[in-house]
Ligand binder design. Structure first.
Ligand code: MEV
Length: 420
């Protein structure tokens, strides 16, 4: 846990100094952080056992978002992402929220749904009644598959049955509701669904096909709220135009897709850094946004003082045990830097970053025009590509932006000029 995540000028420090600061503030030891700061230190043997046909690894930049305070606790947040502006934007919005007390987060518990599909059922209503009649026995059978999860207070908690109409007739879908505690839970719930399949066939007289979790994890929601200081955003008009930007997204799916993509910029970056399944989180987010018509994952309004109040509600199927989070040394280092103690705490952090990211994007678009921010970062990339290092990067980038000529060739000329 860090005492204070507000680090002024973190971005100006040389990389080595940033690393030192993270070590100093989080207490992570040098050995633990090594695989993160030196991709060459990641043992390929570990990766070779994660997927098939491994020949190497793909390295993404990993930045630290500063200024986050969530449920009164400060965090330095590792974000793995290839897109410029994202880490800076999240840190900025976290600063606006920090002024008003930070983010408050709550959740509905780590609850996943597993589906068991039964077809060729002569009397679906009767099958439904019969399956529900055996509910307690089926839940016990599911829990026998994972005594450790049950010992930690998790396990199957409920069972429901839905009859759905499909193009090839009615199907009976049994859904097992499972508390997966600190695990994302895919393996646990799939194993439970697997174990129930023969029983469902016997009870229903039908044929069971799919047994798999649902990524529409609408029982595993995180809700985060934050007040963004109106002066830091740019005053009353800035707040008003940001609300107008949100209202546009909420009313129009073409805009909303991009708006929600911006939310996911922040979310995916932390999900990836912590070794979680970002496809699962993406699927959950967009399917949840589509329930009742595709709409914004976030909401905005003004408080009595004219500050901007933002909130997000999003499924968040992430964990701390199992999968790459425990195996991948970089993910382990990121979890250590975050200082989260449970899967739910990690989910709170991730959703808070999503809200911050969205607020920052809306301000960039509605208040300052996103192109300017993007151009500045693009210019720094071009300067670095042309060979600029250290302080030279900013000098070259500033010239490129002033000249409105952000090209590697021009950057090389400026570097020559500055050197001579
Ligand atoms: C770019 O990656 C994300 C934005 O397009 C999000 C948005 O439009 O709200 C800036």
């Amino acid at each position: 846990m860090v005492n204070d995540s507000r680090i002024s000028g973190f971005y100006k420090l040389p990389r080595e100094e940033r690393i030192k600061k993270v070590i100093e503030l989080t207490g992570i030891d040098e050995e633990e952080i090594q695989p993160l700061v030196d991709p060459g230190a990641v043992d390929l043997e570990v990766l070779d056992h994660m997927i098939e046909n491994v020949i190497g690894s793909m390295t993404l930049p990993l930045g630290i978002a500063t200024n986050f305070r969530i449920n009164k606790k400060d965090y330095l947040i590792p974000m793995a992402i290839e897109e410029p502006s994202v880490v800076a934007a999240a840190s900025n919005a976290a600063r606006w929220a920090r002024k008003c007390g930070g983010f408050t987060a709550e959740d509905t518990g780590p609850i996943m749904i597993a589906q068991i599909q039964a077809i060729e059922i002569a009397e679906p209503q009767k099958a439904k009644k019969d399956i529900l009649g055996e509910k307690e026995r089926l839940i016990s059978l599911a829990n026998e598959q994972d005594p450790i999860l049950v010992r930690f207070g998790g396990g199957a908690k409920d069972l429901r049955v839905r009859i759905i109409d499909t193009k090839i007739g009615q199907m009976v879908i049994t859904e097992l509701i499972v508390d997966t505690r600190d695990a994302m839970g895919a393996n646990a719930v799939n194993t439970m669904a697997e174990a129930l399949a023969p029983e469902i066939e016997l009870i229903s007289g039908g044929r069971v096909l799919l047994r798999i979790l649902s990524n529409l994890a609408d029982l595993r929601l995180v809700r985060v709220k934050a007040t963004f200081d109106k002066e830091m955003i740019g005053g009353k008009d800035a707040v008003d135009v940001m609300i107008a930007a949100w209202a546009f997204a909420d009313a129009d799916p073409y805009r909303c897709a991009t708006h929600n993509k911006g939310v996911m910029n922040g979310i995916d970056a932390v999900v990836i850094a912590t070794g979680n399944d970002f496809r699962a989180v993406e699927a959950g987010a967009h399917s949840y946004a589509s329930v009742g018509g595709y709409s914004s994952l976030t909401k905005y309004e003004k408080d009595d003082d004219g500050n901007l109040v933002g909130s997000i509600e999003i499924p968040m199927a992430v964990g701390l045990v199992g999968g790459a989070t425990k195996i991948h040394p970089v993910a382990r280092a990121c979890v250590k830097i975050l200082g989260v103690e449970s899967g739910l705490e990690l989910a709170h952090v991730i959703a808070s970053v999503g809200l911050a990211q969205n607020a920052a994007a809306m301000r960039a678009l509605a208040v300052e025009g996103i192109q300017r921010g993007h151009m500045a970062l693009h210019a720094r990339n071009v300067a670095a590509t042309a060979g600029a290092r250290g302080e030279m990067i900013d000098k070259v980038a500033t010239r490129l932006v002033e000249e409105k000529n952000i090209k590697v060739e021009r950057a090389k000329e400026i570097i020559e000029e500055l050197r001579s």
